[in-house]
Design a protein around this ligand. Structure first.
Ligand SMILES: *Cc1c(COP(=O)(O)O)cnc(C)c1O
Length: 391
């Protein structure tokens, strides 16, 4: 039997409606969307533009502000390196936060080698950035502040509008990685008042391999491109836009926009039910992140005395992650959970449970039952390998 999928923050399955929308573009309707000299190219080009409009609409942006990329990793690299390099003469300082995705932290680190100064701000025990510390970190040479909207491990939602107000007052541009937030909570670029926003299709039931960078037009957020080439995407991202993936991304955004309010309420209720079962039956446990300012599907939870990697090995019926998926290849406790002030043991006990669109109430009850059984067994026999013992 397939494991119950509870890893929606690592990737989401394609929505069947998205797959349906993409299919013709893998077959008979192929074409280079930049080939305007014939009908086939223009057909693909029109589909890409329709998708661009759907992506923009999800975040309250203008289609002309969307640059398609290969995903949020590329969008974050483009935003951070592109903005810093473009504005090099105006300043030399970039600010971000300790709980950001690796691709943000590593982009910022790469800028150090180019002579930029960087500040990595800490977070509180709830995962929120302290606004006074942000204000104190800024100076008149600060070019860019990059703070994610919602965290991929602990689900904490940052106060981006306040962060943007503080950063703009200091003359800095504001970038946000909204890969986890878009499609899950309302996201509006005007209300957040950011300058640059990164998105990823495969976090919102679209295909892997495409994302976008939104860049404010008025006033224009200016960046240097990463790639040299044919000058597609208004010169900011050379390379052929993959028509099927763009169409899928647009379809995914349209579905998210239509269904988000009802879907998020349903998922949050399931998550709360799961948390209640685990907290009441498995004490001592701890829940990471902010109690209310968090993504609807996220539950980052540690079961005291039970290492997450051992728990997952004993739970083949469930697909979930220990810490962050992207760093779990190197078996080290999550740096995000450590940033909350938890010790190595607590971080190593943390599992990330992420519910989503296709999670059912029955799956939640079954997952809770399995977790309760295996955590209880591992605590009773901490030295034993339990997988395969039928517990
Ligand atoms: C998944 C994720 C990324 C990387 O997105 P890709 O499209 O897989 O490159 C970046 N930031 C956050 C917060 C993510 O969750």
């Amino acid at each position: 039997m397939e494991p119950i999928y509870l890893d929606y923050q690592a990737t989401t399955p394609l929505d069947p409606r998205v797959l349906e929308a993409m299919l013709p573009w893998w077959g008979a309707r192929f074409g280079n969307p930049h080939s305007t000299g014939h009908a086939r190219g223009r057909d693909a080009g029109a589909a890409v533009e329709a998708a661009r409009a759907e992506v923009a609409a999800l975040i309250g942006g203008d289609p002309r502000e969307i640059v398609f990329t290969s995903g949020a990793t590329e969008a974050n690299n483009l935003a951070i390196k592109g903005a810093a390099r473009f504005h090099r003469r105006r300043g030399d300082h970039v600010v971000t936060v300790a709980t950001e995705h690796k691709c943000v932290l590593e982009s910022v680190r790469a800028l150090e080698a180019e002579g930029f100064r960087t500040t990595i701000l800490p977070v509180g025990p709830d995962g929120l950035l302290d606004l006074d510390r942000l204000a104190a970190a800024l100076d008149d040479r600060t070019l860019l502040v990059s703070v994610m909207l919602a965290n991929n491990e602990i689900g904490t939602i940052q106060p981006l509008a306040e962060i943007a107000r503080i950063a703009h007052a200091a003359g800095a541009l504001v970038h946000t990685d909204a890969a986890q937030a878009a499609g899950k909570i309302p996201v509006d670029v005007a209300a957040l008042d950011v300058d640059l926003m990164s998105l990823s299709a495969h976090k919102l039931y679209g295909p892997q391999g495409i994302g976008a960078l939104w860049l404010r037009r008025r006033p224009r957020a200016r960046i240097a491109p990463l790639f040299d080439g044919g000058g597609q995407e208004r010169g900011l991202r050379s390379g052929t836009v993959p028509t099927p993936l763009a169409v899928g991304f647009g379809a995914a955004c349209a579905v998210a926009r239509a269904e988000m309010p009802a879907e998020s309420a349903r998922i949050a209720a399931l998550r709360d039910r799961l948390a209640e079962l685990l907290v009441s039956r498995l004490a001592p446990v701890y829940v990471n992140g902010h109690p209310t300012r968090r993504l609807p599907g996220n539950l980052s939870i540690g079961f005291a005395g039970v290492e997450a990697t051992r728990l997952l090995a004993a739970l083949p019926e469930l697909a979930l992650s220990a810490g962050s998926a992207c760093t779990s290849a190197a078996v080290e406790p999550s740096y995000v959970v450590r940033a909350l002030g938890r010790d190595d043991g607590e971080a190593a006990a943390t599992v990330r449970i992420a519910l989503g669109r296709f999670t059912t109430a029955g799956e939640v009850e079954r997952a809770a039952e399995l977790l309760i059984g295996r955590v209880t067994a591992l605590r009773a026999a901490p030295g034993l390998e339990l997988s395969g013992m039928g517990v």
